[in-house]
Design a protein. Structure first.
Length: 249
């Protein structure tokens, strides 16, 4: 329970689901943690759960200048950064004919542009060594209907971890990706589906997962802890798929 002792860590989108659970695990492992969120209410709830040991920053994960401001806040709080879990993202699922430019641009901004420019803004802040973990998705590997834009953004992150690993390894910065499958997080409640349709979708997903259940945020968070810790120093540009066997079914 001390694998991240005194490491300085940033968790974007850390006010719910996988991000919040990862922040809890980081704190339990001895890290100093800054969490970002997009609303005052979500940050207040995260503060209630994480306590005074964590730091909090309100930010728009898809806005370029917000990434510059966040990097400055990290420097002011920690001086340097040992770990970044780039987790903030949105899931919008629509068939091809339903997309317009504004919705497309927003998904791309939050899920890909924001992470890219946050990494750029943090370059001078990362310690040597440092570990960056990007939150991908098994959707990048599966042809799931209505997931085209979401899947493309996650595929972009997986590629980014590989290409930037080659570029930044000389600076001591390791990048890796966790790609969760179906995980019990609030994202499903944000799809706008009626309760019966949502339950039908969940039942259908459960039926095709070899473990016949959704994952839990803590199962993903513990994998992130491993990639953040010195136990994973030989992991560079890798992707850890955590999907209950969905991609092999």
């Amino acid at each position: 329970m001390n694998r991240l002792h005194n490491k300085r860590a940033l968790v974007t989108g850390g006010t719910s689901g996988i991000g919040l659970e990862t922040a809890k695990q980081f704190l339990a492992e001895g890290a100093r943690v800054m969490v970002t969120g997009s609303s005052d209410d979500s940050l207040a709830e995260a503060r209630r759960q994480l306590g005074s040991d964590a730091l909090f920053a309100k930010t728009d994960a898809g806005e370029l200048q917000a990434q510059v401001k966040l990097a400055r806040q990290v420097r002011e709080a920690f001086g340097q950064l040992d770990v970044a879990f780039i987790n903030a993202g949105i899931g919008v699922f629509m068939p091809l004919e339903s997309w317009d430019e504004a919705a497309f641009d927003r998904s791309m901004a939050v899920n890909f542009k924001g992470p890219f420019f946050l990494l750029q803004a943090l370059l001078g802040t990362f310690a040597n060594p440092a570990s960056v973990i990007l939150n991908g998705s098994v959707n990048a590997h599966l042809g799931i209907p209505a997931s085209s834009v979401y899947s493309a953004t996650k595929a972009g992150l997986i590629s980014l971890a590989k290409t930037l690993s080659g570029e930044l390894s000389a600076r001591g910065i390791r990048l890796n990706t966790v790609s969760p499958g179906t995980v019990a997080t609030p994202i499903y409640g944000k799809l706008g589906l009626p309760a019966d349709a949502l339950q039908k979708m969940k039942d259908g997903l459960t039926a095709v997962i070899p473990l016949h259940r959704f994952g839990s945020p803590v199962e993903i968070a513990k994998a992130v802890v491993f990639l953040a810790s010195d136990e994973s120093t030989y992991a560079v540009g890798s992707e850890l798929i955590l999907d209950g066997g969905l991609t092999i079914a």
